[in-house]
Design a protein around this ligand. Structure first.
Ligand code: UD1
Ligand code: CA
Length: 489
């Protein structure tokens, strides 16, 4: 069967009541992508035209899927949620292919091989309806529709309707993926009855209807992990756990070392180069791309960022929407964000925040700094505690620090300002005028030492000092109500 004779339908209108968040479960992220995007992407990659049934929070779903640029997708609304059979009925006018493939939107773990196997068996057996099943040791607990064969008729019995005595009577469950001949579907869809218990129209009744009319029904079984549906928070956790381990296993195959792999998180769109080491508790998120031979230190979070080769990220670093070039080192405890760029061999050390800034090659900012809206050249030294004052209360202004400049510790650089090539600023300076090339800027008050003045302030004499010699300094401090009148050393 040519896949272009198949139209894909994704059921995504449900209310997600069992998740209890008030939000459509279909939007819940699983390794960085919305749950519903997984089955949809799968059909898109198989070149099927897709009809998605939306209803509850449909506009949000539509908007979220925009970014995937699916080749051929149409949305149909199910205004009232009356069950999966009714959801499918809402799309009747769109049915155009010879066979209609229906998949639950809450099935993010389905592989292309499962769909291909279903299509192959359906065609080979000239079946009217084919669907995917899986074995589960306790279908009642799992809350899936149960596949039951009675007098050569196959039917799917929903958990609420199961009347058998033995819970393990049938261990076959319905995977929620169906391929149905359009001609049959067009007639049978109107014959689905309203279920007496749930008052819903069950799509699964199509199987019983086909059996009663002696149509050929084919089942294709796959591992349970490939068809898991998600109704509850626990099932969401379990599915993401599986997806994550699949991704980690894939990247291990590509030569990536994971220290304590069960503790790392990777999103579906992340790329990692061979020889990179990902330490425990790290999260690589969004569209992050990591080069070869990098080290991602423990508990670091990297979101939508690019790291070139041999970059070292020391523990507890948070890097968002930024780029770090070859051989640079950042961390521990850095925050790099808003399209910042850290050029080759640069070093960004402890407790440094970099916002919307470019840090040049071989430049170092190793301790306790804020660098915002700043462009820094190469071989610059940013002393400990340097702060760029980029906001004047109304707007942000830019700062430029040219090659080989040396910014003394605890400098405040008030924007807009330019520090010329090779210029120095003295430690503790508040710089608010441009500094020319190779100049030294000192902007702090002069120090004056007044001999013995400290003792005068606190009224301390030599005899006083002797009297209190056994008292620990902090005890004196606690006793004193006023810190300026501390009487002990
Ligand atoms: C469904 C099957 C069950 C199967 C299981 C596999 C039915 C009646 N039952 O049960 O046999 O074992 O999937 O995971 O189909 N939806 C709508 N409109 C609605 C109701 C649901 O679009 O009115 C959508 C949901 O958003 C969801 C999908 O259909 O994406 C499946 O619905 P859900 O309520 O999760 O069905 P299950 O109870 O899991
Ligand atoms: Ca479900």
């Amino acid at each position: 069967m040519q896949k272009n004779n198949i139209q894909g339908i994704v059921l995504a209108a449900g209310k997600s009541t069992r998740l209890k968040t008030g939000r459509s479960k279909l939007l819940e992220p699983i390794c960085g992508r919305e749950m519903v995007s997984y089955p949809t992407k799968l059909l898109d990659e198989l070149d099927m035209p897709i009809t998605m049934i939306i209803g509850y929070q449909g506009d949000l779903i539509k908007k979220a899927l925009d970014r995937y640029k699916f080749k051929d997708i149409t949305f149909v609304e199910q205004k009232e949620q009356k069950g999966t059979g009714h959801a499918l009925l809402c799309s009747k006018k769109t049915w155009s292919a010879d066979d209609i493939l229906i998949i639950n939107g809450d099935a993010p773990l389905v592989h292309a091989e499962t769909i291909e196997k279903l299509c192959y068996e359906h065609t080979k057996n000239n079946a009217t309806i084919s669907f995917v099943t899986a074995n589960h040791s306790d279908p009642l607990v799992a809350n899936y529709g149960r596949v039951i064969k009675e007098k050569n008729i196959i039917k799917i019995v929903e958990p609420a309707n199961f009347t058998g005595d033995d819970v393990s009577e049938s261990c076959w469950i319905n995977g929620g993926i169906y391929l149905v001949k359009k001609d049959f579907l067009e007639k049978a869809i109107d014959d689905i009855p309203k279920d007496s218990i749930s008052k819903e129209f069950y799509l699964t009744d199509l199987v019983r209807l086909a059996g009663e009319k002696k149509h050929t029904i084919k089942t294709v079984s796959v591992p349970f992990d490939c068809i898991r549906g998600i109704n509850t928070m626990y099932e969401l956790w379990a599915a993401e756990q599986i997806k994550r381990s699949q991704l980690i296993r894939f990247w291990m195959g590509e030569g990536v070392r994971f220290e304590l792999a069960q503790n790392a998180h990777i999103d579906s769109d992340v790329k990692i180069g061979a020889g990179t080491r990902v330490c425990l508790g790290s999260q690589l998120l969004g569209t992050t791309s990591i080069g070869k031979g990098c080290t991602i230190g423990s508990h670091s979070i990297i979101l939508n960022s690019t790291l070139e080769d041999n970059v070292t990220v020391l523990p507890y670093s948070y890097i968002v929407n930024s780029k770090i070039y070859d051989n640079a080192q950042v961390g521990p405890f850095v925050h790099i964000k808003n399209s910042s760029e850290i050029k080759p061999n640069a070093t960004i050390g402890n407790f440094v925040e970099i916002k919307k800034s470019i840090i040049g090659q071989n430049t170092k900012a190793k301790h306790l700094s804020y660098i915002g809206d700043t462009t820094i050249g190469s071989n610059v030294n940013i002393g400990a505690g340097t702060i760029t004052c980029n906001h004047n209360g109304k707007q942000k202004n830019k700062i430029k620090i040219e090659d080989n400049a040396y910014i003394g510790s605890n400098s405040s650089l008030i924007a807009p300002i330019k520090i010329g090539k090779g210029a120095f600023t003295a430690a503790g300076s508040v710089i608010n005028k441009n500094v020319p090339e190779n100049a030294l800027a000192i902007a702090r008050s002069r120090q004056e030492n007044k001999a013995d003045y400290a003792n005068k302030i606190i009224g301390k004499t030599t005899s006083n000092k002797k009297e209190n010699k056994d008292e620990a300094p902090f005890i004196g401090a606690i006793k004193s109500k006023d810190a300026t009148t501390i009487s002990t050393e």
